[in-house]
Design a protein around this ligand. Structure first.
Ligand SMILES: Cc1cc2nc3c(=O)[nH]c(=O)nc-3n(C[C@H](O)[C@H](O)[C@H](O)COP(=O)(O)OP(=O)(O)OC[C@H]3O[C@@H](n4cnc5c(N)ncnc54)[C@H](O)[C@@H]3O)c2cc1C
Length: 810
């Protein structure tokens, strides 16, 4: 065994072996993998081996497609068979909501280039004669589905990596991880210590325990999962004979079942409600190549439903029941990437679909280790999407929920209930008294909209306009016509102090730093000139600054800030909920603010983008003249102990102006009619500032800053695509995001977000299209596919509301 290596990968499941292979593919050959037992001895060996590209996040779906394409490559390189069968697959639905969802998924696939096809039930029954057609209403065909041999595939990755120079040490558990002062690692194993520059936790079933070796409580939990294998089935044999083909893969969403052919019989797996965690607190180290005892009672309801929907199963004998554990994150996506505060420590954990996702995870992580950037938009898999709220108890509740919902629909207006409420601000009860319908972001409860007094504050979940629609309309009208108040504690607020603060900020942010008492907008770029942040920056004093940004990205941004902090002279503090906020907006907001403060807040004394510390009533507050509504308005930041008093004050003093509470849905409605982009939808690490229309907030000549050269190049060469706004001739459904944009009968782009702009009475979509379509001045016909229906769309060259921004600025 080597005593040092550039990278030590811990864990020889399909994921660890893929990471190892991809590191060698990137040319890093001084890399080793340490496996406690034999390769595959965690969750990998007993997997059903199915694969597909379906994922709620199109960027993850792309990486799944990459994974499937990779199997030929590793097979050839390693000369080890993966047992791959690309059979194609059918996804079956039996209710209208799921049909809407499937049409949306199919539409999304068009811009991803994934070749799916919506088919009739009759056609589906021809492809999969075991089904009872009367139980279904539609289906989607996808050629890129199939199954493989989990063990062969894992060994193929490992052999290919070895051929490229990697080494694999089996029967050798990693027992300790110690970081040296220079950031390198001592990996203590049963057979000695390896000194490594980087380490990768690919511990699978024990990813959580490997995390604990360095004091991390990772949001991971393994659940017991079962599938059955039948004896030979006559119907299967006949189908094979008649068609010369294997039966297709099936996912039956409403049945919560997946199926494929296994020899001359069938494999049927199911995700039952009330799934059982494997070990809630500690996974036993002495478990390997083992199964759990069959527990058919646990899945009896699902099997009964399955046998009813696929009658030939009723006469088939069950040959085998496989019950094995595998690991999930709270949202079911992988947990990968660098860990904040632990240099050179990488995660490749929480991969619940190793044969669909393992290749993409390996590629992204290897890129990240070698280049400092994953090379893709991996936000949906990044460990930084979770904060410290995602503790053991939270993970336990959320993973159980996710497991039971594996094949359930999550509607765009649906907020999942497990582990809530968890984080609340002092006005939570006040908002509740006002009949708020809450959402949850980064563990924090926030008001989405306010239900009429006397009615139950619940959303009716739908892909179409829901019961919130008329109430949100009223909230918007209150703001645009008078004044409204929203809580904005979900924003991130960072305070940067020190003699080096301004120089440092000007190096990590792309815009100029504002003058004292002023704010400006600034993107943050990575070295490739892509957007990794979109902030409001405020200068309070020579050595004191604030940055406001997306609360969901606070771990992601703090990780970046800390990686780039100088050794001395700059201190950064994430206030999180040590600072909470309220915002008032609308033409009467100035009068309301003036009523509660002795400071002069007239337009002349307190201009757009000014920021001041001032007393509001008794409350010391930081007030900035800006809002995301695109109207006259203010953001007010206070310590939590003052928030209730301030809320009560604004509510009572606001009465004479008709003050009304509004929530996140109304805010979205107002920002889309201003064509304001937002982090994680319009602004993501795959877009440059010119593409996203943020170049007016980039000061290309101020001084050197991260991403400047690449951003300059984008500006000089011109962008490939541009962010634009459309009005959509919608029926009863507005865009959600990820719908394809068509131009003269061809898919040319995609929607990032949108919604109904109540004030303008228009349905709005924001998204990216090729820049040349704008340059050509093309007035061809645009359409957006909303829930599978082509809806005419018109390019909106200026914001629908207040195009000259007079409301904000005067
Ligand atoms: C019944 C069942 C059916 C499934 N069906 C499918 C399917 O059809 N398609 C699909 O894509 N996925 C399926 N899965 C999920 C799939 O098995 C996982 O996604 C995959 O195995 C995850 O691989 P991994 O490498 O992350 O974890 P693991 O396979 O658990 O590998 C982790 C490895 O790390 C080693 N290790 C841990 N700690 C240490 C340490 N301290 N020192 C050294 N080594 C260590 C372990 O011994 C283990 O070998 C199924 C799972 C189950 C249980």
């Amino acid at each position: 065994m080597k005593s040092s290596a550039q990278v030590v990968v811990i864990g020889g499941g399909v994921v660890g072996c893929s990471v190892l292979y991809h590191l060698t593919k990137r040319g890093w050959t001084d890399v080793v993998l340490v496996e406690r037992n034999e390769l595959t001895s965690g969750s990998t060996w007993h997997a059903a081996g199915g694969f597909h590209t379906l994922n709620g996040d199109p960027n993850v779906a792309k990486l799944q497609e990459y994974t499937i394409g990779l199997y030929k490559e590793i097979e050839e390189l390693s000369e080890q068979a993966t047992g791959i069968h690309v059979t194609g697959g059918v996804m079956l639905v039996s209710n209208q909501d799921r049909w809407d969802w499937l049409k949306g998924a199919h539409a999304k696939n068009r811009y991803l280039g994934v070749q799916t096809e919506l088919i009739s039930v009759e056609k589906a029954a021809e492809l999969f004669p075991l089904m009872d057609p009367s139980k279904f209403i539609g289906a989607m065909w996808h050629p890129l589905e199939g199954h493989l041999d989990p063990s062969g595939t894992t060994h193929a990755y490992a052999k290919a990596a070895r051929k490229n120079g990697a080494e694999v040490y089996r029967q050798n558990r990693v027992t300790e991880l110690n970081q040296r002062p220079d950031g390198t690692w001592d990996v203590v194993t049963e057979n000695g210590t390896i000194h490594a520059e980087h380490i990768v936790n690919a511990g699978g079933l024990w990813g959580r325990e490997v995390g604990r070796m360095v004091g991390l409580e990772l949001p991971l939990l393994a659940m017991a999962h079962q599938y059955i294998i039948t004896e030979e089935m006559e119907e299967v044999v006949n189908f094979n004979k008649e068609t010369g083909k294997e039966l297709y893969h099936v996912i039956d969403f409403d049945g919560e079942i997946y199926m494929r052919q296994e020899r001359s019989g069938m494999l049927m797996g199911t995700y039952e409600k009330n799934g059982i965690p494997w070990h809630e607190v500690e996974s036993p180290w002495d478990f390997s190549m083992e199964l759990l005892p069959p527990n058919l009672d646990q899945i009896a309801d699902n099997l009964e439903r399955g046998f009813d929907r696929y009658p030939p199963f009723q006469n088939a004998g069950i040959k085998n029941v496989i019950n094995g554990p595998f690991t999930f994150a709270p949202d079911g996506n992988p947990v990968i990437g660098p860990v904040r505060g632990l240099p050179n420590h990488w995660l490749a954990t929480g991969v619940m679909a190793g044969f669909s996702q393992g290749g993409g995870v390996g590629l992204a992580l290897a890129n990240w280790i070698v280049d400092g950037d994953p090379g893709f938009d991996v936000w949906a898999m990044d460990v930084a999407r979770y904060g410290s709220y995602a503790n053991l108890a939270y993970t336990n509740a959320k993973v159980r929920e996710n497991y039971g919902r594996r094949f359930s629909i999550t509607f765009p207006n649906e907020e999942l209930e497990a582990a809530r409420p968890l984080r609340t601000t002092p006005i939570y009860d006040r908002l509740k008294e006002n009949n708020a319908v809450f959402g949850c972001a980064f563990g924090l409860e926030n008001a989405l909209w306010f239900q009429e007094k006397g009615k139950e504050p619940i959303d009716e979940f739908s892909f179409r306009r829901s019961n919130s629609h008329p109430m949100v309309a009223e909230e918007v009208a209150a703001v645009r016509g008078g004044v409204g108040m929203i809580e904005i504690s979900t924003f991130a607020k960072y305070e940067i102090t020190g003699e080096g603060a301004e120089t440092w900020l000007s190096y990590i942010l792309a815009n100029k730093i504002p003058r004292k008492g002023r704010m400006s907008l600034s993107p943050m770029l990575n070295p490739n000139g892509k957007l990794i942040g979109d902030f409001t920056i405020a200068k309070l004093d020579d050595e004191r600054f604030f940055i406001f940004g997306s609360g969901n990205a606070q771990e992601y941004h703090m990780r970046w800030f800390e990686q780039h902090l100088p050794e001395s002279g700059v201190t950064i503090r994430n206030h999180d909920l040590d600072l909470v906020g309220l915002s008032i907006a609308g033409p009467k907001s100035r009068a309301l603010l003036q009523k509660i403060t002795r400071h002069d807040v007239s337009h002349e004394a307190f201009k757009f983008m000014d920021i001041r510390e001032m007393d509001l009533g008794l409350v010391p507050a930081l007030v900035g003249r800006v809002t995301f509504t695109g109207d006259l308005g203010y953001e007010i930041w206070v310590k939590p102990e003052y928030q209730r008093v301030l809320f009560d004050l604004l509510m009572s003093e606001g009465e004479e102006f008709g003050l009304r509470l509004f929530g996140g849905r109304a805010l979205n409605s107002m920002r889309v009619e201003k064509s304001f982009g937002s982090w994680a939808t319009e602004f993501r690490p795959i877009y440059g500032p010119v593409e996203a229309g943020l170049d007016r907030f980039v000061s290309y000549t101020k001084n050197d800053f991260i991403g400047r050269d690449a951003a300059m190049k984008e500006k000089e060469e011109g962008p490939e695509r541009k962010l634009v706004t459309f009005t959509v001739d919608a029926l009863d459904a507005d865009v959600i995001g990820d719908e394809p944009v068509w131009h003269d009968g061809e898919v040319v782009g995609w929607v990032t977000s949108g919604g109904y702009a109540h004030n303008s009475g228009k349905s709005v979509a924001i998204g990216y299209i090729p820049a040349k379509l704008l340059e050509d001045g093309s007035n061809g016909k645009f359409e957006i596919e909303v829930l599978g229906e082509m809806r005419p769309a018109a390019l909106q060259n200026e914001p629908l509301f207040d195009p000259e921004s007079k409301c904000m600025r005067t």
